[in-house]
Design a protein around this ligand. Structure first.
Ligand SMILES: *Cc1c(COP(=O)(O)O)cnc(C)c1O
Length: 360
């Protein structure tokens, strides 16, 4: 067996120990004679997996009692609609546009009411986080929406915006569990798990309980009401059972590694290796304003598309894969989520140094 260093933005690398354990349990989970995939979602065996995962996530993120944890489907993209359908009582919401995922969420919200772009970094190709100190928050806004880590462009909020008392909703798909966050500062945080937690197909939503209500927008389908899933502990219909099982294993893995403070320290060290190299390189340049850099997604360029292509090809031959930048951005992007070991980043930087010498 030989495994690559996978720098994909998502679906992304998972902890090897978790995959190993899942492989061992694949045919016969804990002596029950079947795989978790083959189990009824109403069985006691599955219920234990489900509830343990929720309990471990609550512990890892220190989630206050007045928040619910949901396992949903439909990708992060379904939340772009579900959030306004459930929260847009006044049919007004404010969006901060820091990249393509924030923009998509903003455009989706327009289907349901008045969505205002109260700040944007589109003027400079989303290479920075806009000034957050005195935002023109709408007096009747139902919420203020951010995408906390911008997977495509490699920026992240290192502090939260002043929402002037309005509820804050955040897409944390690509920074989920990468460092501690204070859940009580948000009304909803959510993310698809395929970036930093588990296999594609599961979405985790953490929602404050006063937002769980029946008076959602008229016509909201049952499956798109948070209340449906809260009332059933995410078992209203068949949940993505295998995905939740793997997420649960990743939660255990994170706990064994010392939790989110320890992950933050590790992620900072990892990212610094790459950013420090970029900052002194004559060939490679990071594309993002320094103070707004993401710990998870690191875009960089040589400035020459042919050289970029050569780099990506030679890196792949060495087992450093999926370094191509997002299709609309070009260049390179290294996604260095929780499960990317320090050794992977060191191998990448070693190769960048060699490549610079050979081609500089
Ligand atoms: C990948 C991603 C999405 C889209 O996720 P899907 O699960 O494919 O819908 C949304 N937001 C962010 C920040 C992402 O990284």
């Amino acid at each position: 067996m030989s495994r690559i260093y996978n720098f994909s933005a998502g679906p992304a690398t998972l902890p090897e120990a978790v995959l190993q354990e899942a492989a061992e349990e694949m045919l016969d989970y804990k002596g029950c004679g079947m795989s978790v995939m083959e189990m009824s979602h109403r069985s006691k065996m599955y219920e234990e997996i489900h509830n343990q995962a929720i309990a471990d996530l609550r512990e890892l993120m220190n989630i206050p009692d007045n928040y619910k944890v949901l396992f949903l489907q439909g990708g992060a993209s379904t939340q772009f609609a579900m959030i306004p359908m459930n929260l847009m009582k006044n049919r007004v919401a404010d969006y901060i546009i820091t990249g393509q995922w924030a923009k998509k969420a903003y455009q989706e919200a327009k289907l349901f009411g008045k969505a205002n772009a109260i700040a944007s970094s589109e003027d400079k190709m989303f290479t920075y986080i806009p000034d957050l100190t005195d935002l023109p928050v709408s007096p009747d806004a139902d919420y203020v929406y951010i995408c906390q880590n911008n997977t495509v462009f490699g920026t992240a909020y290192h502090e939260l915006p002043d929402t002037k008392g309005k509820d804050l909703v955040a897409d944390i798909s690509s920074c989920f569990l990468s460092e501690p966050i204070d859940v009580s500062k948000y009304a909803i945080v959510y993310g698809g798990v395929q970036k930093n937690i588990g296999p594609a197909g599961t979405v985790i939503v953490i929602i404050r309980d006063d937002l769980i209500r029946d008076d959602v927008l008229p016509g909201t389908p049952t499956m798109l009401k948070y209340k449906t899933h809260v009332d059933a502990n995410s078992l209203y219909n068949t949940p993505p059972t295998y995905g939740i099982y793997i997420c649960g294993k990743v939660f255990q893995w994170l706990k064994q590694r010392g939790g989110l403070e320890a992950m933050k320290a590790y992620n900072e060290k990892k990212a610094a290796i790459l950013y420090d190299y970029l900052d002194q390189s004559q060939m490679f340049t990071g594309t993002v304003v320094k103070k707004d850099r993401s710990l998870m997604n690191v875009p960089f360029v040589t400035g020459n598309p042919d050289l970029d292509a050569k780099f990506i090809k030679e890196a792949k031959a060495l087992g450093l894969e999926n370094l191509k930048g997002y299709r609309t951005v070009g260049g390179m992007r290294a996604s260095i989520y929780n499960a990317m070991p320090m050794e992977g980043v060191i191998a990448l930087v070693d190769f960048m140094r060699d490549f610079e010498k050979a081609n500089g």
